[in-house]
Design a protein around this ligand. Structure first.
Ligand code: PEP
Length: 245
């Protein structure tokens, strides 16, 4: 019996269209049996294209670190909540590396999300060179502490996604043992803030998850689901991944 209900998240990034929204919602609605929690994070413009359905919830991929004001092009947490989002991905490695998001900005975004009643999915991960220099745990601890050291109570409403940069979009999935080792470290590290919240926290794995490798990853004790990029753009494959959780 699993301690935590698995959560499977689709991160479409800047991909997809209205047609894919219908395909994904139809294929998820058709599933039966015991399902994980399923969250779809399409580009926000497509949120209205998903009819409400008990098999899935909706989320966003990013949010503004500001509450409101003259910030052209930005979307606030409150707006996302009004558009139907229950969760928001924060600090995805593409935001950190391509858009220069710092740990400080990530922390502000987590705060905005929680203030608006959205659950943040905090993404953390090391680069290939950090891993080969054996700095993985140090990098992850810094990314976690930047957010939770001042506000340990934020952990209760959070989800954490471990996404090694060397695995995202590369086809180089972490082995189930590698994922388990890091997830166990993350959970242990967070017990300093709250043992109960760390035990209840859902820690997702992200990085080239597909229908062929998901079951072995989900079988690990501390892998509580996945954040899925490329494979979430195929409605049938995403549904198969959900069924394997
Ligand atoms: C991601 O971008 O969060 C991700 C895990 O992508 P992919 O599944 O394509 O590696």
């Amino acid at each position: 019996m699993r301690q935590r209900k698995p959560l499977v998240v689709a991160n479409w990034k800047m991909n997809g269209d209205q047609c894919l929204a219908h395909q994904v919602s139809d294929s998820l609605a058709a599933l039966s049996g015991s399902l994980p929690d399923i969250l779809i994070c399409p580009p926000v413009i497509f949120l209205p294209n998903f009819p409400k359905h008990p098999h899935y919830s909706l989320g966003a991929q990013n949010l503004s670190e500001q509450a409101a004001g003259a910030f052209t092009g930005e979307i606030s947490a409150v707006m996302l909540a009004q558009a139907g989002a229950s969760h928001v991905i924060v600090g995805h490695s593409e935001r950190r590396t391509l858009f220069g998001e710092t740990n400080q900005q990530v922390t502000k975004k987590v705060e905005q999300a929680l203030d608006a009643g959205l659950k943040p999915i905090l993404c953390i991960g090391e680069t290939a060179s950090q891993r080969s220099e054996e700095k993985t745990f140090q990098v992850l601890a810094e990314q976690l502490d930047a957010v939770y050291s001042a506000q340990p109570q934020w952990l209760e409403a959070s989800v954490v996604a471990y996404e090694p940069l060397w695995a995202i979009g590369t086809g180089n999935t972490a082995t189930p043992e590698q994922a388990q080792q890091v997830h166990a470290f993350i959970r242990q590290h967070l017990t300093q803030y709250s043992a109960d919240a760390a035990a209840a926290l859902r820690i997702l794995y992200g990085g080239s998850v597909n229908a062929g490798n998901s079951e072995a990853l989900f079988a690990q004790a501390d892998v509580d689901g996945a954040l899925i990029g490329g494979a979430s753009l195929n409605a049938a494959e995403f549904a198969a991944i959900c069924l394997s959780a």
